[in-house]
Design a protein around this ligand. Structure first.
Ligand SMILES: Nc1nc2c(ncn2[C@@H]2O[C@H](COP(=O)(O)OP(=O)(O)OP(=O)(O)O)[C@@H](O)[C@H]2O)c(=O)[nH]1
Ligand SMILES: [Mg+2]
Length: 359
């Protein structure tokens, strides 16, 4: 699973990518031209930290999110502001960085600050691209269906006609409640407006504590399905990252910031990808494993090892809070809170699981 970071030139994409993933790619107008970078961020999770302090394992392995910094391409006029559509199509979700900071050294490509405008333009581009793909395919389907009746093609046509109506109405596909079958039929098209969207507004240091998104210009955008919003200040986050932990906490308190904006972005990303975590614990390793929400026990076992999936007998499951309270799996067993679950048990976020298997 990968999240593509995109946005206008000099909006702070690479700065944020570096902060999220601990990378050191060059920022600024000269940096990042044409090449995209992959980086991995660890998902901050107090539950894992607390389980680790109970088991004191040799190794603690958090869940991760993979980000790709996708720089814009030169447009027809040689300006570096055209979307790299081919690369963005391969992503599972998109993170748009919007510039809301003033910096006279690096001009905004449109010459003025207007994050809502930038986001609207971007969305229009997504809609246009998706509409072109839909129309092309529908024309082809019409020809094929004239030659022979095929129920699969007819179903695809119906779904695409629905999509076309949504797009012509100016709405992104992610806001349309499509069912599982429809989504399956659409998967191969890699529609941009169907991808979950995280909007990150990169604000000035002076506005860090403000509820920027409560302003009326964002009214149209709030509450949309599969769309999340957050604000960060990339320069401030950069400064915080340089400080010792205690000094960072002090500075955050001074500025009235409750939690790290970067942590928030990573958690939102994880959530937007539809992922939840279950844990495995022990003296060797405490680990968070990522699974799509709704994954059944036997498939979760397969994430750890295909042998465990093949030889699956049972899962011993306990919620993380209960394990912490009890202090050990054995006590959970005595208390009767350790449950034995079969292959089709749907793993819940925060479950601690131990799989019994035989090969
Ligand atoms: N004042 C201020 N400057 C910032 C902030 N975020 C980024 N910048 C500066 O803006 C410039 C561009 O930042 P980058 O992170 O390279 O932006 P980008 O979106 O990756 O740019 P391109 O890859 O060229 O499209 C750099 O000089 C940054 O230092 C911010 O929050 N405040
Ligand atoms: Mg860049």
């Amino acid at each position: 699973m990968e999240i593509g970071i995109l946005g206008r030139a000099a909006s702070g994409k690479t700065s944020l990518f570096n902060l999220l993933t601990g990378s050191r790619e060059a920022t600024g107008p000269a940096g990042g031209r044409g090449r995209s970078h992959l980086g991995v961020a660890t998902v901050p999770d107090q539950r894992l930290i607390r389980l680790s302090s109970l088991f004191e394992p040799r190794k603690t392995t958090p869940a991760t999110v993979r980000y790709v910094d996708v720089p814009s391409l030169p447009d027809a006029h040689g300006r570096e502001d055209a979307l790299n559509l081919a690369e963005l199509r391969t992503m599972d979700a998109l993170m748009v960085v919007l510039r809301a900071f003033v910096n006279d050294e690096v001009p905004h490509p449109s010459g003025s600050l207007d994050p809502v405008r930038d986001l609207s333009h971007l969305e229009e581009e997504f809609l246009l691209q998706d509409q072109m793909v839909v129309e092309r395919r529908l024309a082809r389907l019409e020809k094929d269906l004239a030659k022979r009746k095929d129920p699969d093609l007819a179903a695809e046509q119906k779904t695409l006609q629905r999509c076309l109506a949504v797009l012509e109405d100016g709405r992104p596909l992610r806001t349309e409640p499509l069912d599982e079958n429809e989504l399956k039929r659409l998967r191969g098209f890699t529609f941009l407006s169907l991808k979950p969207l995280l909007v990150v507004v990169n604000v000035d240091e002076a506005r860090v504590g403000d509820d920027v998104l409560a302003e009326p210009q964002w009214d149209d955008w709030r509450g949309r399905p599969a769309t999340a919003f957050t604000t960060v200040c990339a320069t401030l986050e950069g400064e915080l990252a340089e400080l010792e932990d205690a000094d960072a906490v002090e500075l955050m308190a001074e500025l009235g910031i409750a939690d790290s904006a970067l942590d928030r972005v990573i958690r939102e990303s994880y959530h937007l990808l539809g992922l939840v975590s279950f844990f495995t614990v022990g003296e060797d390793e405490c680990r968070a494993w990522s699974i799509p929400d709704g994954t059944v026990a036997v498939d979760a076992a397969g994430i750890i090892h295909t042998d465990i999936q093949r030889g699956f007998i049972r899962a011993e499951v306990v919620p993380w809070e209960e394990l912490l309270d009890a202090g050990s799996m054995a006590t959970c067993r005595q208390r009767g809170t350790l449950r034995l679950e079969g292959k089709t048990y749907v793993i819940r976020d925060g479950d601690v699981a131990h799989f019994r298997f035989a090969v």
